[in-house]
Design a protein around this ligand. Structure first.
Ligand code: GDP
Ligand code: MG
Length: 304
């Protein structure tokens, strides 16, 4: 992390004064709790608004945003400091390619995070989606296998495109709660939390609207359809998760060099081949050999 350029967090000045006041108050609270640095890891499928969310939090265009999936395949850490507090936000590329986890992209992310401490995971998806697909589960599983189940105690689910009208006149809050529940269910399944787990973390779900056309309140703060000023609300929820008593995740070699779920299957291949040889091929071979030696030559085969 030493090589990282830490710039003054001037983007904060771009927020409405009320948002700035609230953010500075929250940073002050964190400092009181001896949290002087916060490292936020942003992950999720491609095109869901990860980079846009990074820019919204920082208050400037720090990372590039694209409507197409031409993402830079590398993670980027944006560091900003303000009044003795440093915020690191790590933007990552989507790790799905052709319907599967791109192991190489995941490896690059893991190596990038080596020796870093993840204080918060923002798991990003869109609000305006109607079902949770299998890719979601794969991404959640890959995150869990990479950083351990405990990362979900430090996680927030972020739903972008929050300025959206649900279909069929469904009330906004009802749509939001249904979408949240479906996603959280997938997180619990993908992270293998079972009903018997006593430590299933309560993961907050927060709404984000990155569009420049986001509605504003009379204090010029960007607001959600339900009237909440979302930037302070997001940062406040982050501070709550930081103080929930769980530990940050330190990414050491042991954590990232453990067998990856996709390689674990591959490790079994020699074992399966050996068992196949022992229990299938060998007995058949022996049966054939004993068959041949027992076989009496048939009469029509006997030389004349
Ligand atoms: P990433 O691939 O997850 O990093 O997604 P990007 O941040 O690059 O965003 C993909 C596209 O969605 C871009 O065209 C963004 O402008 C757009 N986008 C991202 N977040 C929002 C949002 O909250 N609302 C709207 N309307 N568009 C968004
Ligand atoms: Mg991106």
């Amino acid at each position: 992390m030493a090589s990282q350029v830490v710039r003054e967090w001037i983007g904060i000045n771009n927020f409405a004064p009320a948002t700035q006041d609230k953010l500075l108050e929250l940073l002050g609270k964190l400092k009181q709790e001896n949290v002087a640095t916060l490292t936020v890891l942003v992950m999720g499928k491609g095109g869901v608004g990860k980079s846009s969310t990074v820019n919204s939090i920082i208050g400037e265009r720090a990372v590039s945003v694209s409507p197409f999936q031409s993402e830079v395949p590398r993670p980027v850490m944006v560091s900003r400091s303000r009044a003795g507090f440093t915020l690191n936000v790590i933007d990552t590329p989507g790790i799905i390619e052709g319907g599967y986890i791109n192991d190489q992209a995941l490896e690059i992310i893991k190596r990038f995070l080596l020796n870093k401490t993840i204080d918060i995971l923002l798991y990003v998806d869109r609000l305006d989606a109607y079902r949770v697909d299998n890719l979601e589960k794969q991404v959640i599983r890959a995150i869990t296998e990479s950083f351990g189940k405990a990362i979900w105690s430090r996680a927030l689910v972020v739903l972008t495109h929050a300025q959206f009208s649900p279909p069929d006149g469904l009330p906004y809050d009802e749509f939001f709660s249904k979408r949240s529940e479906a996603l959280l269910k997938t997180v619990r399944a993908g992270a293998s939390f079972s009903k018997r787990d006593t430590q299933v973390p309560k993961i907050p779900v927060v709404l984000v609207e990155n569009s420049g056309r986001c509605n504003k309140n009379d204090k010029d703060e960007k607001v959600l359809p339900n009237g909440t000023a979302w930037i302070p609300h997001l940062v406040e929820t982050i501070t709550e998760v930081v103080s929930n008593g769980s530990k940050s995740i330190f990414v050491d070699k042991k954590l990232i060099e453990g067998p990856n779920p996709n390689q674990r299957g591959k490790l079994l291949i020699p074992l399966i081949l050996a068992l196949q040889y022992l229990f299938v091929v060998k007995p058949i071979k022996q049966a054939i050999i004993s068959d041949i030696s027992n076989e009496k030559r048939l009469s029509w085969e006997v030389d004349a």
